[in-house]
Design a protein around this ligand. Structure first.
Ligand SMILES: NC(=O)c1ccc[n+]([C@@H]2O[C@H](COP(=O)([O-])OP(=O)(O)OC[C@H]3O[C@@H](n4cnc5c(N)ncnc54)[C@H](O)[C@@H]3O)[C@@H](O)[C@H]2O)c1
Length: 337
């Protein structure tokens, strides 16, 4: 049984008597997604049995999701369930499962203003149903939830977990509500942690995200649409570092908190373009247009909590990580990241 040792941010902290075993049965929600597929592959490579669930929500080309899950399905320890967390009966999927990684969700800031109801459905209702099912499942000990830096809005830098989050988009609001639901489950014998991912990139990245759109345009010689003046900046996080932090959260001795997961350096879009010009070896054609609603100016994480509680250190520099993404796109590999 976990031992309660104190209160931080009003959340319970528990220490485990022993670390969780490495080889176990786990459930990954959103397993056909960009990050979920990468996490699932790593879990399989390390000897775990994985059940993946995904609804193939058409937020971007569904073929990319189908291709990711087709690769995973080749693995003998992988079982795929095509299903929607809002509709699926979840109890049978949780039988014998020790850890749940909840990455399913409707991502993206800009569409969330027009599709508010769908964001609440896929990010809040889906999370509430999953948490209920996990709390009722005897084998499930731990839930790791993929939250977002979008919960912070335009707060002062560096962004710290102990501030009061003030999201500026429906997407950010729904991710924050998802966090609240997950962390509240710590009072119900479920050990839950919320990881606030900061702009995740790398091979396999979602096609709607800026770094991929910029690279695709650069590789085909087309213009790059820049929303804003390029001085906006992000704490970009390489996908394998995110996967590492997510796995560490499944074994960490402390639960019940939100934790930033970030690459550790803040890079402006102008710096991105200058690196991209070197990677594609020609000048870019940039077409500026106004800032997009809901986009924050800057993100930069305080990563002290991730270092202390998870033992997490990002390993991949932006220059290396973006080169790997551009190489992946250059190979025309839209799925096999
Ligand atoms: N990519 C990023 O930069 C980033 C940053 C912060 C947080 N996140 C969070 O990380 C998670 C994964 O993001 P991603 O970039 O891999 O996105 P993604 O869209 O590629 O993956 C999410 C997957 O969830 C599935 N899904 C959505 N609603 C579902 C439902 N109701 N039932 C079952 N499956 C459902 C989708 O079909 C999709 O395959 C999301 O929760 C997102 O909010 C991502």
């Amino acid at each position: 049984m976990p031992l309660m040792v104190g209160l931080v941010d009003g959340s319970m902290i528990k220490t485990m008597e022993s670390r969780l075993a490495r080889n176990r049965a786990v459930l990954v929600t959103g397993a056909a997604g960009f990050i979920g597929a990468r996490l699932t592959q790593r879990l399989l490579d390390e000897g775990n049995a994985v059940i993946g669930i995904d609804a193939y929500t058409p937020t971007y080309e569904v073929g990319e999701k189908l291709a990711r899950s087709a690769l995973l399905r080749q693995h003998p320890r992988y079982r795929h369930v095509t299903g929607d967390l809002v509709e699926q009966t979840l109890a049978p999927l949780l039988e014998g499962v020790d850890v749940v990684f909840h990455l399913a969700g409707r991502p993206g800031v800009r569409p969330s203003f027009e599709l508010r109801d769908l964001y609440w459905r896929d990010n809040v209702l889906a999370t509430a149903r999953l948490v209920e099912a996990c709390a009722a499942a005897p084998s499930v000990r731990r839930l790791v939830y993929a939250s977002s830096s979008s919960v912070y809005g335009d707060a002062a830098l560096p962004l710290r977990e102990d501030g009061t989050p003030a999201p500026v988009s429906p997407y950010g609001e729904t991710k924050l509500e998802g966090e609240r639901i997950c962390l509240a489950a710590n009072g119900r014998q479920l050990e839950a942690t919320a990881l606030r991912y900061f702009t995740v990139y790398g091979p396999g990245q979602r096609p709607d995200l800026g770094l991929r759109r910029f690279a695709e345009a650069a590789l085909t010689g087309g213009p790059i649409e820049l929303l804003g003046d390029g001085t906006q900046s992000r704490d970009f996080t390489y996908v394998d570092d995110v996967v590492e932090a997510t796995q560490l959260a499944a074994r960490a001795p402390v639960v019940g908190l939100a934790v930033n997961v970030a690459g550790g350096s803040r890079i402006s879009l102008l710096e991105v373009f200058s690196l991209l010009e070197k990677l594609v070896r020609h000048d870019l054609e940039i077409r500026p247009s106004p800032f997009a609603r809901g986009d924050v100016r800057h993100t930069e994480a305080d990563t002290a909590r991730a270092r202390l509680l998870l033992g997490f250190e990002p390993k991949v520099s932006f220059a290396d990580g973006y080169r790997r993404e551009v190489d992946w796109l250059r190979r025309g590999a839209r799925s096999a990241a």
